[in-house]
Write a protein that binds this ligand. Structure first.
Ligand SMILES: [Fe+2]
Length: 398
């Protein structure tokens, strides 16, 4: 009862703008065996973390806030912490020649090593996860510095990806013990918006053929996640998307994880291409929530971020235009920027995808502007599939 009241209070105090932006729903946390408060951070490994951090500052408009590295006693690696609204990215790269991060990077290239979750009770979550058969990579333990104490642990998810579990309620430092505050390196243009996105909307995992249902069940059992309505089944899979997809989320939908597996289709699946170049399962894309997708695209494009093109036919097709209905932007503007629209019974969403951001054709980003819709753009699979196929063809991987 007490927990439920706490949750109600928390929901009430959540910024209503942000709630709409990422599609939050009410739920009772007292019934949750693994209550997740929020995404804590997305942790990446990069071949050159120093320059990658600069990219997220200069191209994604993120703010550098904290750092850990050899200058402060961490001889193994560098780690840069960047923020945009509630989104937090941590870019890591090996310094010591025997750093495990370099091995990870050799196997997978630039990618996500950890989708860290903020929880209230690390021990309770780990106990539940262990009971449900999860692999505990790090037992619950305290880490402290002059800013306080963080309790943390980690469990393994698909591929070589982990979920760190972080309770930072007794900590006031810029990120975690071992990190020091850092001023931005890049001076923002005077006319640049304060930020280009406000939150992480969802993180997508690509898993091996036949493993999607295994991981849906894993998130249901281990983390108490619920299944969201949207899924891409056989019908769409074979003809347009070459992938099967289901979505799991925590109780209030703040943390959403779509899970893809390749589907047998006429041509090589985009998921197969990912699995080949990432050498296994991993995080495929991260969707960034924005309240003004046009401004975000214009700024990111000017900063050198490349987006997938959408065929003109997507906007000119009469049936498609009927499906789109009335949205806040004129069709010409959608077309000019290549913005995709999807609609369901709750509303609509605008979205666009970047090209892969690293050297391997693996990790990319999505920008998403929600207007009521709790979906993920299922109706856009055909258009997206065609756009991705053209890119694959240019790389000779089709
Ligand atoms: Fe997505």
């Amino acid at each position: 009862m007490l927990l439920s009241m706490t949750e109600t209070t928390e929901t009430a105090t959540t910024d209503p703008g942000l709630a709409a932006l990422v599609g939050l729903v009410e739920y009772d946390a007292s019934e949750d065996p693994f209550p997740v408060k929020a995404l804590d951070a997305v942790v990446f490994v990069a071949g050159n973390a120093t320059q990658t951090a600069h990219y997220y500052e200069s191209a994604f408009g993120m703010r550098l806030v904290a750092y850990s590295g050899p200058e402060h006693g961490n001889r193994d690696h560098k780690a840069f912490v960047l923020e945009s609204g509630s989104a937090r990215f941590v870019i890591t790269g090996g310094v010591a020649p025997d750093s495990p991060l370099l091995d990870h990077h050799r196997r997978h290239g630039d990618g996500v090593t950890d989708i860290a979750l903020e929880v209230e009770d690390v021990d309770k979550c780990v106990e539940h996860a262990r009971d449900q058969g999860a692999t505990v990579l790090e037992e619950p333990h305290d880490v402290s510095d002059e800013h306080g104490t963080v309790r943390r642990a980690a469990i393994a998810t698909y591929g070589e990806t982990r979920h760190s579990l972080v309770d930072r309620s007794r900590y006031s430092g810029p990120y975690l013990p071992g990190f020091v505050a850092r001023q931005p390196l890049v001076t923002r243009r005077p006319d640049a918006p304060k930020r280009l996105f406000q939150a992480v909307d969802h993180c997508v995992g690509n898993v091996e053929l036949g493993k999607m249902d295994y991981w849906v069940d894993w998130y249901n059992r281990v983390m108490g996640f619920v299944n969201m309505a949207e899924f891409v089944g056989d019908d769409i899979a074979t003809e347009y998307s070459a992938l099967m997809s289901k979505v799991v989320s925590n109780g209030n939908h703040k943390v959403k994880f779509p899970l893809n597996e390749p589907a047998v289709s006429k041509r090589k699946s985009q998921i197969d291409e990912y699995l080949e170049f990432y050498t296994g399962a991993g995080c495929q894309h991260i969707a960034l929530a924005t309240g003004d997708i046009v401004a975000t695209i214009e700024n990111m494009s000017a900063n050198g971020v490349e987006f997938l093109a959408t065929p003109d036919s997507y906007y000119d097709d009469a049936e498609l235009r009927d499906r789109i209905g009335q949205v806040r932007l004129p069709i010409g503007e959608l077309k000019r920027h290549g913005i995709l629209v999807d609609r369901d019974e709750d509303g609509y969403l605008l979205q666009i995808f970047t090209k892969p951001i690293g050297d391997r054709p693996t990790v990319f980003y999505e920008l998403i502007e929600r207007h009521g819709s709790l979906g993920f753009g299922k109706g856009n699979f055909k258009a997206l599939f065609e756009a991705i196929e053209r890119e694959q063809e240019r790389r000779g991987n089709l």
